[in-house]
Design a protein around this ligand. Structure first.
Ligand code: XMP
Length: 512
């Protein structure tokens, strides 16, 4: 295991991902809890992340001293470098000029840390983001590399296996960064890389059995990847002690509920209750045009329906959820202030307490790409496992303004055509999320010899890493033209198609 001590960098999660890509399990803990985690986890290596603080402040966060005394290799990144240098007796000063963005380091010494990656005397591009810099080495360290703004940019103590650098190896803008992290975990720390999805699957099954015992588990299926993977894993662990419930709120995509039901019942033989509650949901949403009210209405109703169904099947001792690692990582907060709610995402959060159930969250250690790998390992079809994210409130937030069944049906057809063409042209996997929106306006058009007055469909496609920021996808205009033609010809009620070229921020991915 590798312990990652988080000092609050925006990209700490990437360190964990890079390490796991090397087949080595890693966990992130905030610096305040690092001491305890170090003791209980007994990691074979430690990585200190970057962060916004300055070690020159009296109250600056530091790594627990025990980490440096345990004989394990330690890697310091950016702020982590400065913390390490200062804690081990070196000196850090405020830089005369801050370095942000692309820079070059020159390798000035050989080290096992660079083996097979970087060569002495050569220069390499890296991604910097720091103000302070190390000006005096701690005892036992050598300078391994320099950059224009910092003559002591990479430092190392081969004997103690301590290495540190001012740039960020975990981001893609440092082209050989992943290879350096590989060297650190594989060569320097000697870790073998046995963290695979096959191993995870075996271990997770044991854990589920130990937690659940003879208890009954209920799992909500949404049609999304996370809940599906969780359900298949649980079924493998506890068989028919699991019941899945698919609450069909009538806001799913074309034939989606049917496909999910077929897959789970027929291919996996998993007990599944399909509740068609679309009328109830549509009724509750009648005339509701405020996005937040929509979300809350759907969230609350979802819990009510789910609870009623759970009671019908005789209740359960556990509620299974497809919670992922990014939702679990405790974030480092220096301000302590609450963040602003941009949109209230819905889940079945209130249920366990209300129904006196415990939670089973078999995916809470995984990143999204790992969940996909686990899904493949469990035999779920590629086409399903690689699906774009889909929001809990479904198409309700893709029909701005009040929702009607007619509008939803129009949207479903337009969306189906759009996605079908994206897949046919081999673009699906390059796009993080793509969908159609039905605008609440009608515009004039001409078709054949007649005037038309119909709805506008908006198309959205974005690239992103985690949904927090996003760029619009730069389709070829001919592709968009072809999709527009198909939608207008094939979907009754639409006579105009537009493409959304807003990034996030300032826009959000969904329109509501
Ligand atoms: P936004 O629109 O906030 O979306 O940029 C970011 C990601 O979150 C999804 N999303 C939701 N998912 N419940 C969900 O489960 C919600 O209420 C919700 N709203 C947005 C959105 O599809 C995108 O992937």
């Amino acid at each position: 295991k590798v312990l990652i001590v988080d000092f609050g960098s925006q990209v700490t999660q990437l360190i964990a991902r890079r390490v796991r890509e090397e087949g080595v399990y890693s966990e992130i803990v905030p610096f305040q809890k690092a001491e305890e985690a170090f003791r209980t986890m007994r990691p074979k290596a430690v990585i200190l992340s970057g962060g916004p603080a300055s070690v020159l402040d009296a109250s600056a966060p530091l790594a627990p001293q025990a980490i440096y005394e345990a004989g394990v290799p330690v890697l310091g990144i950016c702020y982590g470098e400065q913390a390490m240098a200062q804690q081990l007796g070196g000196k850090v000063e405020a830089g005369h000029h801050r370095e942000f963005g692309r820079a070059e380091v020159e390798i000035t010494a050989d080290s096992p840390f660079f083996e097979g990656v970087w060569v002495k005397g050569e220069k390499y591009p890296v991604w910097m983001s720091h103000g302070d810099r190390v000006t005096e080495l701690p005892e036992g360290f050598r300078v391994l590399g320099k950059a224009p703004g910092s003559p002591i940019s990479i430092i190392g103590d081969d004997a103690r296996r301590f290495y540190a650098m001012q740039f960020h190896p975990e981001v893609v803008h440092t082209p050989h960064g992943a290879a350096l992290l590989r060297n650190f975990v594989r060569k320097i720390a000697g870790l073998t890389g046995d963290w695979t999805m096959r191993a995870f699957r075996e271990e997770a099954i044991e854990k589920i059995r130990a937690q659940v015992g003879k208890g009954r588990v209920i799992c909500g299926l949404s049609g999304g990847v996370d809940s599906a993977v969780a359900a298949v894993l649980l079924h493998e662990a506890i068989g028919d002690q699991l019941t899945c419930v698919l609450v069909d709120h009538g806001l799913m995509r074309l034939a989606e509920a049917k496909k999910v039901v077929a897959m789970f019942r027929d291919s996996y033989n998993i007990p599944l209750v399909h509740v068609d509650a679309s009328d109830t949901f549509l009724k509750a949403l009648e005339g509701v045009d405020d996005p937040e009210v929509k979300r809350k209405t759907i969230g609350k109703l979802f819990i009510d329906v789910f609870e009623a169904e759970a009671k019908k099947v005789g209740g359960a001792d556990f509620l299974a959820q497809g919670t992922l690692y990014p939702d679990v990582i405790e974030s480092v907060s220096f301000t302590g202030g609450p963040s602003v709610t941009i949109k209230s995402h819905h889940n079945v959060g209130g249920l366990p307490a209300r129904m006196n159930m415990k939670l089973v969250e078999p995916l809470r250690e995984l990143f999204k790409d790992e969940v996909r790998a686990l899904g493949r390992e469990l035999g779920l079809p590629d086409m399903f496992v690689g699906r774009h994210p889909f929001p809990g409130p479904g198409l309700a937030i893709r029909v701005p303004g009040a929702i009607t069944k007619e509008k939803l049906d129009i949207l479903r057809l337009a969306d189906e055509i759009y996605i079908e063409e994206i897949r046919r042209c081999g673009l699906y996997d390059d796009i993080w999320q793509a969908f159609a929106v039905l605008l609440p306006v009608k515009t004039v058009g001409v078709m054949g010899d007649g005037r038309t007055y119909e709805y506008v469909v908006g198309l959205r496609a974005v690239t992103s890493v985690d949904g927090m920021t996003a760029d619009f996808y730069p389709f070829d205009m001919r592709f968009l033209g072809m999709v527009a033609t198909r939608i207008i010809n094939e979907v009754k009620g639409v006579n105009r198609v537009v493409y959304d070229v807003t990034s996030k921020p300032p826009g959000t991915i969904e329109w509501e």
